[in-house]
Design a protein around this ligand. Structure first.
Ligand SMILES: Nc1ncnc2c1ncn2[C@@H]1O[C@H](COP(=O)(O)OP(=O)(O)OP(=O)(O)O)[C@@H](O)[C@H]1O
Ligand SMILES: [Mg+2]
Length: 496
């Protein structure tokens, strides 16, 4: 049996070496070289050569010549954005997809990438034809999902071809309105020896598809897998090659999914789209603010009290103000060193908050276990939640409760100061809409220098600006129990 030839390829930059290296000599990253087997290359000249000839011809046709063109002569009318039919996805893309552009849709296995794309196909099929290249699943499997999602599929063509050159030929023959490649790791370029999904294959296959989409002025969406480190599998250059990188994320055990743009050549990266997943597919969540509060919203509107160790926090996720319930459980430890557990919250941030609570508030947590949980399964690692986490820990410690219609926003500094957060005006607007009555926010956000015009008189909320953690906890916990106490009473109620 002939000996298999192999090469070592850097997963970060694509550098190739004939032998293993601990550190890439090109980009300097450590442990990034992965072995790839070199197969006998396919005979050159079949679809590859035909494509190259067609491409040269097309390039000439687009520009009138293959040389440079004056900017004023560049045709812009062919590049009008079009809607994908799901308004929140359009917003994430910056107002629709641009013809000729390539979007990389990355996400964990099983998160719902194929489902999202089929739903886009469903909402588009009346307007334009689609070519869905299903390199991972058979046509029957796609058909099964399509029938579950209620897609008729008159204008939807399924192509199970994995050879990227043949895929490009099919695109040129059909000239669809949108191309979907599911996934880039499953297609291969016949002239590259390594296995599908390897760095060289992913890069080469992506390059073919990008060229094909640009030359034919067709928008393409490419699905990309995420590897176990949580980054898009394949070379980093893939992210540079495409126009838009979208990340589809969520907790697979819950029904919510978030779509966000990590890179966008045609729009901002601050918008998100929120979906809930059920048997009929993904449903857009339009007024997402209270999505993670669930039934808790009724408590907000009824003016009920929250249980001890619970606080409601708000923050901006992209362009959307979201409200979350943070819970803490504080109790005497039975271990030699107390336990600190953070679910959905950054562990180091929890340690920092505990340190500030001990030093500035005098909470003695050294012999207490502290568990913090963000309800709803969202990974909420935003400093705007610091004040809420501190409140939940303190109310659990003292067995106090706060009203459900009060929420808090604020980052806590190491000296116990409450630091400003971005986009507070949007949070306050959403809070009034949801029926909150009181807000505790950083005083510095109310100053003009914060750059936001928070209109206190127009707000239906009672807004309390706070400068320090101590002042904030007095406002949130003590004054809620006893009305507005004198300074001495405050100390007694909270710290006595
Ligand atoms: N009958 C069903 N009812 C409810 N949800 C379903 C049903 N069938 C599939 N799903 C959901 O769809 C998800 C799989 O969706 P999909 O195949 O689109 O994911 P994907 O990201 O394309 O996965 P892969 O990485 O394997 O290609 C499942 O995790 C499940 O949550
Ligand atoms: Mg899939």
């Amino acid at each position: 049996m002939p000996k298999l030839k192999s090469k070592w390829v850097c997963q970060q930059c694509g550098f190739q070496s004939p032998a293993f290296l601990g550190r890439c000599t090109d980009c300097g990253s450590w442990n990034s070289l992965v072995e790839e087997i070199i197969r006998e290359t396919a005979p050159n000249g079949r679809p590859g050569e035909r494509l190259a000839a067609q491409r040269a011809e097309k390039q000439g046709a687009i520009n009138g010549s293959s040389g440079p063109v004056a900017l004023k002569d560049v045709k812009k009318e062919d590049y009008e954005r079009f809607s994908l039919g799901l308004s929140s996805v359009d917003e994430v893309l910056g107002g629709g997809i641009v013809p000729g552009s390539v979007v990389l849709l990355a996400g964990d296995p099983g998160i719902g990438k194929s489902t999202l794309l089929l739903q886009i196909a469903k909402s588009l099929e009346a307007k334009r034809s689609l070519l869905y290249v299903s390199a991972e699943e058979s046509a029957a499997q796609v058909g099964l999902r399509a029938s579950r999602l209620g897609i008729a599929g008159d204008q939807l063509y399924i192509d199970t071809q994995q050879d990227v050159l043949l895929v490009c030929e099919h695109i040129q023959a059909k000239l669809p309105g949108l191309i979907i490649i599911d996934s880039i790791q499953a297609v291969y370029h016949p002239d590259i020896g390594s296995a599908p999904g390897s760095v060289s294959q992913v890069r080469q296959a992506a390059e073919e598809i990008i060229n094909c989409a640009r030359l034919n002025n067709i928008a393409a969406v490419i699905v990309g897998h995420i590897n176990k480190e949580g980054v898009i599998a394949g070379p980093k250059v893939l992210e540079h090659m495409v126009d838009v990188v979208l990340q589809f994320e969520g907790d697979k055990s819950r029904q919510f999914r978030i779509l966000r743009a990590l890179k966008n050549r045609f729009g901002s990266t601050s918008e998100i789209a929120l979906f809930s997943m059920n048997e009929t597919g993904l449903n857009e969540v339009n007024q997402a603010g209270a999505f993670f509060l669930g039934d808790h919203l009724s408590k907000v509107n009824n003016g009920e009290q929250l249980g001890a160790g619970t606080a409601i926090v708000a923050y901006n996720e992209g362009n959307q103000a979201l409200f979350l319930e943070v819970q803490a459980l504080v109790g005497p430890t039975v271990y030699s060193s107390p336990r600190r557990v953070a679910n959905g919250w950054d562990y180091n941030r929890l340690l920092q908050i505990i340190a500030v609570l001990e030093k500035k508030i005098g909470l003695s947590l050294a012999r207490h276990d502290v568990y913090v949980n963000v309800v709803g399964g969202l990974d909420f690692n935003n400093p705007a939640g610091d004040l809420g986490v501190s409140t939940a820990i303190t109310t659990s410690f003292y067995e106090k409760s706060v009203p459900a219609n009060l929420f808090m926003v604020g980052e806590i500094g190491l000296t116990g100061e409450i630091r400003p957060v971005a986009g507070l005006a949007k949070i306050l607007k959403e809070a009034s809409r949801l029926g909150f009555k009181q807000a505790v926010i950083p005083t510095s956000n109310l100053k003009e220098s914060a750059g936001e015009n928070i209109n206190l008189s127009a707000s239906k909320l009672e807004i309390n600006g706070v400068e320090s953690l101590q002042e904030a906890l007095n406002k949130i916990i003590v004054e809620q129990q006893t009305g507005t106490p004198k300074q001495s009473e405050k100390q007694g109620a909270l710290y006595g």
